[in-house]
Write a protein that binds this ligand. Structure first.
Ligand code: PBG
Length: 331
């Protein structure tokens, strides 16, 4: 530990000029840290704004390449894809998740063709595909763990075969990482990576995302029988440990800002690639305040992102990815 005493030690000295502030900065944000979540929708020539997420759009596939091109040009390493499944294709069991021609798979094939170097992350969960908005299948009123895992395994293989590089199970079923890994390996898909939403909390901050995918109005009840209780932190370490033992290559903590302590504990304990998801509600809060003139959007954005790095995140899924990458390039 460094020691010192006032007045020979004055911590303000290093803050006196921009150049020393830069020299002593302990953490840095770079474009390599950014993952951009995007929403795709069916139809032609549509770009519709998500009303609770100003600046975030759902785009149809004919517009997808143009939508993604700025991110690719800026050098953002990867996108996370989320499909808005039309209501008539949703059912009790999330069958559409296993269709090789579903929206997600078509988007993945198109993006791999247009941007071969851009990493694609596929969310694995049933909520975009089920009529009840839950992440798994329901048996006797309960989201059934093992039956859900079986469907999630099929969804995973389907996405991997369409070109998704990193599968990101966000469903919080027990044992799904191991089952997905085994099924991938049996098919020789050994390079497909798993980024597990290991510590995912039952959070109010997902509200705008559920609007974006149209699953919010459908959701019956809540997700507290599978997503974690916000009161818990030791339990997050057990979730991460189990997922690592089952073969996760990277782990995620979600939401982001209210859970920086969890990111720090995970990183300190396991020293594995750890990602944070700055979720829709966090984005919406910053944008709402900024649009009211109550905070400076760009500064709040950059401050929130460096906070993830300080907490120990190796990367951040953020709806600000393109704006942040622009700011990093221009300053
Ligand atoms: C799906 C999923 C959710 C988010 C990512 N994947 C919603 C949920 O669990 O209800 C939320 C992302 C966000 O709020 O930005 N399982």
């Amino acid at each position: 530990m460094t020691v010192g005493r006032f007045p020979n030690t004055r911590l303000r000295r290093n803050r006196h000029d921009g150049f020393t502030r830069r020299l002593v900065a302990e953490n840095h944000l770079s474009v390599d840290d950014l993952i951009w979540p995007i929403f795709v929708t069916e139809g032609d020539d549509i770009e519709s704004e998500v009303s609770s997420m100003p600046g975030v759009k759902r785009v149809t596939l004919d517009r997808l390449a143009a939508h993604v091109a700025p991110a690719a040009r800026l050098g953002i390493p990867a996108l996370a894809l989320f499909p808005m499944t039309p209501i008539e294709k949703r059912d009790e069991e999330g069958t559409e998740s296993d269709n090789p021609d579903n929206l997600m798979c078509r988007a993945a094939r198109l993006l791999k063709r247009e941007f071969p170097d851009l990493g694609l992350i596929g969310d694995v969960a049933l909520d975009p595909y089920t009529i009840h908005g839950h992440d798994g299948v329901i048996r006797d009123g309960y989201v059934h763990n093992d039956d859900s895992v079986a469907v999630l395994v099929r969804q995973s293989i389907n996405q991997a075969e369409a070109g998704i590089d990193i599968l990101a199970p966000s469903d919080m079923m027990d044992g799904r990482i191991g089952s997905i890994r085994e099924a991938l390996d049996q098919r020789g898909l050994i390079h497909v990576r798993l980024m597990s939403y290991a510590a995912k909390y039952a959070s109010a901050f997902y509200g705008p995302f559920r609007d974006a995918l149209g699953s919010g109005g459908l959701l019956k009840g809540d997700k507290r029988t599978y997503q974690m209780d916000p009161a818990n932190s030791d339990e997050a370490l057990r979730e991460v440990e189990l997922d690592l033992l089952e073969g996760a290559d990277m782990v995620m903590v979600k939401p982001g800002m209210p859970y920086l302590d969890i990111i720090r504990r995970v990183r300190d304990r396991f020293a594995v690639p750890t990602f944070a998801y700055q979720v829709s509600g966090e984005y919406a809060m910053i944008m709402a305040a900024a649009n009211n003139g109550w905070i400076d959007r760009d500064r709040a954005m950059m401050e929130s992102l460096i906070a993830f790095k300080r907490a120990g995140a190796n990367g951040i899924l953020t709806y600000f990815a393109v704006d942040a990458a622009r700011q990093l390039r221009d300053t």
